[in-house]
Design a protein around this ligand. Structure first.
Ligand SMILES: NC(=O)c1ccc[n+]([C@@H]2O[C@H](COP(=O)([O-])OP(=O)(O)OC[C@H]3O[C@@H](n4cnc5c(N)ncnc54)[C@H](OP(=O)(O)O)[C@@H]3O)[C@@H](O)[C@H]2O)c1
Length: 305
């Protein structure tokens, strides 16, 4: 039984992580901000984490053994629109949480992103130097550095994941399912590569990494690189949607304001070695995503807010 404090618990990763590790297994306190949760089987609080005193008070009241810091401004276009807020939440806040975690001898897992790289080569290792292309990517990289500067024993994971969210639209996979089920045509980028991991698999890997007390920087993404088009196609096939609804396209025609890195495949050799086993298989993760859909999980998770 471990006491977890999970920030960003109303978000895609935070809620799925809290639900996966909570229940009878561990004691979980989740912190939401503007989206209160009901009917969850863990304690859920609401707090503005950038306010002074909030973190100290949470630590004092909840006495966590591991802080999993998922809260962020994770929408790339929102970061472009409000770089000051993105800096405050993504770059400065993680360092403040790390300092508090160090002071109270608490383990911290900082959630970062594959997007810190410019994507010019792919297969990046932890030794490659990031070159962020967007406000989101820059502020997340600054957040990583802030954490490791004050608390080198913290665990910083660069992730990429998909799953079902309270908002119903937080992951690319949800975007595809929403569009396909409404019979809408979408574009799938053939020139943007990434390594998606099902959020339940990520939750399991993060819990294991926490229990193994991994420290420093690790790449923790899906085992299989693919284009966003191929990801959409895999979803259409798994769910039995009409494959003709997804058309191959270039990201240049996507009308996005924040620059996207073309190849965000990451080398996961370091974490595979540290965990002592391979990372979860893409097809099995997609099976879980589909099984949740068949059992009405998307409606259920949306009902929690
Ligand atoms: N989604 C992806 O594919 C992806 C990929 C790579 C890395 N990541 C990283 O993974 C982490 C989780 O992402 P996500 O997609 O789960 O994010 P999300 O769904 O957008 O959720 C963000 C969470 O942060 C909370 N939050 C934001 N500002 C806050 C503040 N000032 N005080 C307290 N809470 C605050 C939000 O609370 P309210 O909603 O209650 O206001 C929400 O719970 C982030 O660090 C993100 O950068 C995400």
């Amino acid at each position: 039984m471990t006491r977890f404090l999970v920030t960003g618990v109303s978000g895609l990763l935070g809620l799925n992580f809290a639900m996966a590790v909570g229940g009878k297994k561990n004691q979980v306190t989740g912190v939401a901000n503007t989206t209160p949760l009901t009917w969850v089987d863990f304690k859920c609080l609401q707090a503005e984490l950038t306010e002074p005193e909030t973190i100290e008070k949470l630590i004092e009241d909840e006495k966590p053994e591991i802080i999993v810091h998922c809260a962020a401004i994770a929408n790339m276009e929102a970061c472009e629109a409000n770089p000051k807020l993105a800096t405050e939440v993504n770059a400065i806040l993680p360092g403040r949480i790390a300092a508090a975690a160090r002071k109270h001898d608490i383990q911290m897992i900082q959630i970062s992103t594959d997007a810190v790289f410019d994507g010019s080569k792919g297969n990046y290792t932890e030794n490659d130097t990031p070159n962020p292309l967007s406000v989101y990517a820059r502020t997340k990289w600054e957040g990583e550095n802030a954490v490791l500067e004050v608390f080198p024993q913290a665990l910083v994971t660069r992730v990429n994941f998909y799953g079902w969210s309270v908002a119903g639209n937080r992951s690319l996979a949800e975007f595809f399912v929403n569009a396909f089920s409404a019979g809408k045509n979408v574009k799938g980028f053939t020139d943007v590569f990434f390594c998606p991991m099902m959020v339940l698999d990520l939750a399991e890997m993060l819990e294991e990494a926490g229990h193994k007390n991994l420290q420093g920087l690790y790449h923790l993404v899906g085992a299989q690189p693919m284009s966003k088009y191929d990801f959409g196609l895999a979803i259409a096939r798994k769910f039995g949607f009409d494959e003709r609804l997804i058309a191959p396209a270039s990201v240049a025609d996507g009308g996005l304001t924040a620059a996207r890195s073309p190849n965000l495949s990451l080398d996961t050799g370091k974490i595979v070695k540290a965990l002592g086993h391979e990372l979860p298989d893409f097809e099995r993760g997609l099976d879980k995503f589909h099984a949740q859909y068949r059992h009405g999980f998307p409606e259920y998770i949306r009902s929690l807010a």
